[in-house]
Design a protein. Structure first.
Lengths: 151, 151
DNA sequence: CTGATATCATTTGCGTACGAATGAATTTCA
DNA sequence: TGAAATTCATTCGTACGCAAATGATATCAG
């Protein structure tokens, strides 16, 4: 091989130090998240994933303050406010002031909210299954373990 | 054990069929994505991850139409428009009409955009590393493989 | 050639997501 | 006790992300 051929190869080759967007975690993470949200929306049309998360967590822990619930579902104060506002508009949660601590806004599940949640849980499991359907059972376990570490 | 004690246990026990939000892919995926965005923002303050992705992809493929670029970076027409608008406002891209097809808006990288990108790529690699830092080298390979399957 | 269809882009509306600023209430501690 | 710090909630501004509607252009089929 001549020196010129080497040079040509260097120029034409996919450079090793090049930045490959498609291989960056952030990009793939964003796409995986998008895919999940799309699957969610195809099965549950009346709630978004964050709304569902807040509802499910509220059923789990019972009445809590808005901010506390936000912390539990990884939403900041501004975000959880909007989510709770919309759940309240649907009649799924009730809001009330805390008597001792007048700063706190207590959120509780309504009967309607609990009923909706119970119906949705089966669908939520389908959503999880479909999201993980490209993986084998063994891969699912690995993936969830690693994803939890990264999150 | 009396019947009443059994009843009490049923009511108080963590039910096996209960829905555990913390274990659902969607929820963990959302948190992992949030963590990555936070790491990104801590290292690159003048661009968002989608803006960076568009810029990197544009450098990769050269001049393209706005919609085509959107497809390449997984953004719909409405989303890529906003991203390109902001990149243009920063002087990182130029826009021009396609002469043959008057519908198309062609996007190209400016010298400034290329320069900014080159400086940012080292940081982007740090971001990827920090995002994956909870994993061992072997786990990183597994995780990227599985995540790509899910995305 | 022309009408139906498809593509590209824009706009609007809604829902996260987060930083920063503000105000009210509570807690800490000097 | 009383001032400082903290906590809870709200609001504003910016930026994705997507559905749906609209308008302009291009392509295709009869």
């Amino acid at each position: 091989m001549t020196g010129e051929e080497n040079l040509l190869k260097l120029v034409e080759a996919e450079p090793d130090e090049s930045y490959r967007l498609q291989e960056q975690v952030g990009f793939i993470l964003r796409k995986a998240h998008q895919r999940h949200v799309a699957i969610f929306a195809s099965k549950i049309t009346d709630l978004t994933p964050p709304q569902f998360a807040a509802l499910a967590k509220l059923a789990d822990v019972g009445e809590t303050s808005q901010n506390q619930l936000g912390t539990l579902v990884a939403m900041d104060a501004a975000t959880i406010k909007g989510v709770i506002d919309r759940l309240k508009a649907r009649g799924y949660v009730d809001l009330s002031k805390h008597e001792q601590d007048k700063r706190r806004l207590m959120v509780s599940l309504t009967a309607e909210g609990r009923q909706a949640l119970e119906k949705l849980i089966a669908l939520a499991q389908e959503i999880t299954e479909e999201t993980l359907s490209p993986l084998s059972a063994k891969e699912v376990q690995q993936f969830l373990r690693l994803l939890a570490k990264v999150a």
